[in-house]
Write a protein that binds this ligand. Structure first.
Ligand SMILES: NC(=O)c1ccc[n+]([C@@H]2O[C@H](COP(=O)([O-])OP(=O)(O)OC[C@H]3O[C@@H](n4cnc5c(N)ncnc54)[C@H](O)[C@@H]3O)[C@@H](O)[C@H]2O)c1
Ligand SMILES: O=C(O)C(=O)C[C@]1(C(=O)O)C=C[C@@H](O)C=C1
Length: 376
């Protein structure tokens, strides 16, 4: 396969070869960029190398043109400073999930070197840590926030934007505090909420856990995230996260008051159902505002739900036949419970093509499920 043309000029030094660093190394190496790997843990470097993310940095390595600091956020500021000093010809960025603290650190202690620093944050990741979980396609189609400092040069900003584009991400520029306020709401509060819901399961009886369906899985995937990394992220963005959590607590208190009223006086008691419906309806409004798959404005798709036998090759056959019908799958959800002989494939498609696709799949013997759901 021909290599994609990239604007990033190596060597690129990746400092911190865990999930993010190794994923970046994989993507850049696949594009032919020379990647040097550095980590406080020698075994993390060795793993990154073995995964194909780059070559271990040595004292004889050529000077990097670009350094990407992918360490935990609590050490990102000092690591950025050390890299600026060690590589006076390099642009330095970091990918920490919290930006204001790193920016202040570089601004306060970096002197003229701060001109070569540009903060950044790819909104891409997963609930696992380390290079073993790395993925060259992690950044494809994801927003990548660029956070220029007051002294960042245009060339430095361009180098970091190019990096984002070269690995398939969509760069967008924000101020450090604006970024931190935004991710408190769309990333840090969801992590806390997922963790708290999942924590309720610790002592749940096996019979209850055996009933777990897709709803629980949807809400708790990120509860498997690394506690140490997330503790550093949350304390690093404490003010905005506390504000978001306080607002959530108000909704919890509203729901609690309504439930306790219903529990004490019966489900038809005045003031019980109304507040609960309003909480759920507010959630409907919020979820409808989450942008679609390309991170752009929400657009509506029709959903076609198909029962798929739990046998090798059946999903591939379904995709093939949707393709033969000339319909593009815009998004896909799979619902499956252990022990069930079938799964449910929910295909998001252009509304204009939905009925034709349903008729075609029906004709070919697929079992369709009326869902009527539309995705925003
Ligand atoms: N995990 C995600 O979903 C995600 C997404 C976007 C951004 N981020 C940010 O990316 C950064 C890395 O996260 P990750 O998920 O790759 O973590 P990770 O735990 O997988 O990797 C971090 C690596 O940094 C190394 N390290 C720690 N201290 C170091 C130091 N002082 N010098 C050099 N190396 C050091 C560790 O040995 C480890 O290999 C964090 O700042 C995180 O906030 C994470
Ligand atoms: O999808 C996931 O698993 C993530 O945790 C990714 C996610 C996010 O909240 O979107 C998590 C933290 C990062 O700073 C950026 C991305």
């Amino acid at each position: 396969m021909p290599r994609p043309a990239v604007a990033t000029v190596g060597p690129v030094r990746v400092v911190g070869t865990g999930l993010l660093g190794a994923s970046l190394g994989l993507a850049l190496s696949a594009a032919g960029v020379d990647v040097q790997l550095e980590d406080a843990s020698p075994s993390a470097v060795a793993l990154g190398r073995d995964m194909g993310a780059g070559r271990p940095a040595t004292p004889d390595s050529p000077a990097p043109r670009l350094v990407v600091v992918a360490t935990p956020p609590d050490v990102a500021g000092p690591t950025v400073l050390a890299q600026l000093r060690a590589h006076p010809g390099a642009v330095v960025t970091d990918v920490a999930s919290v930006k204001a603290r790193v920016a202040h650190h570089v601004e306060r202690h970096g002197g003229d070197d701060a001109a070569r620093y540009v903060g950044s944050h790819p909104m891409a990741g997963r609930e696992r840590s380390g290079a073993a979980a790395a993925d060259a396609d992690l950044f494809v189609g994801r927003p990548w926030v660029i956070v220029p400092g007051p002294r960042s040069t245009p060339d430095a900003v361009l180098a970091v934007r190019s990096l984002a584009v070269d690995v398939g991400a969509a760069p967008t520029t924000l101020g450090a505090q604006e970024h931190d306020d935004a991710v408190a709401l769309v990333s840090h509060l969801p992590q806390l909420a997922a963790s708290m819901v999942a924590a309720r399961l610790r002592d749940a009886p096996e019979t209850a856990l055996g009933l777990a369906g897709q709803g629980l899985r949807d809400v708790t995937r990120i509860a498997a995230s690394d506690p140490q990394l997330w503790a550093a992220i949350l304390v690093g963005n404490a003010g905005p996260v506390a504000r978001a959590l306080r607002a959530l607590r108000e909704d919890v208190d509203t729901a609690l008051a309504a439930l306790e009223r219903a529990a004490a006086d019966g489900p038809l008691t005045e003031g019980a159902a109304g507040p609960l419906a309003r909480v759920v309806a507010a959630g409907n409004t919020g979820v409808a505002r989450i942008p679609g798959k390309h991170g752009g404005a929400p657009r509506r798709y029709a959903e076609v739900s198909v029962l798929v036998p739990d046998q090798p090759g059946e999903l591939g056959r379904l995709f093939g036949e949707v393709g033969e019908a000339g319909v593009n799958i815009e998004d896909l959800h799979l619902e499956h419970s252990a022990g069930q002989p079938v799964g449910l494939a929910i295909l998001s498609v252009d509304p204009a093509a939905a009925s034709r696709l349903e008729a075609e799949l029906d004709r070919r013997g697929w079992r369709l499920v009326a869902s009527g759901r539309a995705e925003a």
